[in-house]
Design a binder for this molecule. Structure first.
Ligand SMILES: Cc1cc2nc3c(=O)[nH]c(=O)nc-3n(C[C@H](O)[C@H](O)[C@H](O)COP(=O)(O)OP(=O)(O)OC[C@H]3O[C@@H](n4cnc5c(N)ncnc54)[C@H](O)[C@@H]3O)c2cc1C
Length: 291
């Protein structure tokens, strides 16, 4: 490994100053959250020198606030902390389900959902879960904060919409209306510690009669980025989320997928599995919304 520098700013302004200074001098700076992707990549993929900017000392990035209108989850909050937050589990069971699938207990003690998103792996588990619940990225820059829907944040395999000098401070999630619930499911060949062959996140709202009035469906690991599948949501809205609606939503997900063949599965297999996962996740979300 070459020469590295490490800084741990204590304010957002200080962190932005470091990023801006590096950008203006054509030098590389990279954010460190939990480091569970970054340190692996530094060891095995890209050892070029850079300044590591640790965001774990930033108050704003450590904030979790379940407010009256929206929830904020700071970018430095470890999955293990989220997994033990009963309010979050109740509001966004699907997101917590996804966070709880990442790695092991040890990994979850460091890993963040913001890091999972910024890393922009097609198989990142929290990304479809975040898209399903309509999460929004809060991005800090020297000209102020800007917001971007999660479905627009990942731009390709390993790339995201952050510009030089910017970083993700946290995620804002609108509070779900009554009788709304989400769910996330993935398929892996092993029982744990593997990456998704396919994943599906679903959030839906029911009215008093049990008719679906709103839905968002997102699929992962079956395209270069997680996809928001509006055709699948359309298949659920206006129905009681019965078997026919679930089958139509599944077919829409399979059709939207553009997967690759690799050692974990073929194109055909992934298309099939992602439909099944959509169907099952939607049924879980429906049952949760009815409870
Ligand atoms: C053993 C093991 C098992 C794993 N299992 C899974 C799994 O089942 N599912 C899964 O999806 N992933 C898995 N991962 C990958 C990894 O743990 C997750 O992607 C994790 O959520 C990354 O979060 P982090 O905080 O550790 O990110 P980091 O490693 O700190 O950062 C990841 C990338 O995002 C950038 N970044 C991080 N935060 C920000 C920010 N706030 N603003 C701008 N850029 C930022 C970093 O610069 C880096 O490029 C696994 C990893 C390991 C080592």
């Amino acid at each position: 490994m070459g020469a590295f520098a490490y800084v741990a700013p204590t304010t957002v302004a200080e962190a932005l100053g470091v990023l801006e200074e590096h950008a203006s001098q054509g030098k590389r700076a990279q954010i460190l959250a939990g480091g569970t992707d970054l340190l692996v990549q530094l060891q095995s993929v890209d050892r070029t020198p850079r300044t590591i900017v640790d965001i774990k000392k930033l108050e704003e990035a450590n904030r979790v606030e379940v407010g009256a209108d929206e929830t904020f989850v700071g970018a430095a909050v470890a999955s293990a902390v989220l997994n033990e937050n009963e309010e979050l589990k109740q509001r966004f069971p699907g997101l917590i389900e996804a966070a709880d699938l990442i790695g092991s207990t040890q990994i979850q003690g460091r890993a963040t959902i913001a890091g999972n998103l910024c890393n922009a792996s097609p198989a990142g588990d929290t990304i479809p879960a975040l898209i399903a619940i309509g999460a929004v990225c809060v991005i800090a820059s020297e000209s102020g904060n800007r917001e971007l829907a999660v479905e627009d944040f990942v731009t390709g395999v390993g790339t995201n919409a952050l510009q030089d000098g910017e970083f993700l401070v946290g995620l804002k999630i609108p509070n779900p209306p009554a009788r709304t619930a989400d769910a996330y499911l993935r398929f892996i060949p092993r029982t744990e510690m593997d990456i998704a062959v396919a994943g599906a996140g679903v959030a839906l709202t029911l009215d008093d009669a049990g008719t679906c009035t709103a839905a968002r469906v997102s699929i992962g690991a079956v395209a270069p980025t997680a996809l928001l599948v509006t055709a699948a949501a359309d298949a659920l809205v206006g129905t009681s989320v019965d078997d026919d609606a679930l089958a139509a939503a599944a077919a829409a997900c399979s059709a939207a997928a553009s997967p690759i063949t690799d050692k974990r599965g073929t194109v055909e297999y992934r298309r099939k599995v992602v439909g099944v996962l959509c169907k099952r996740a939607a049924a879980i979300a429906r049952d949760r919304a009815q409870a």
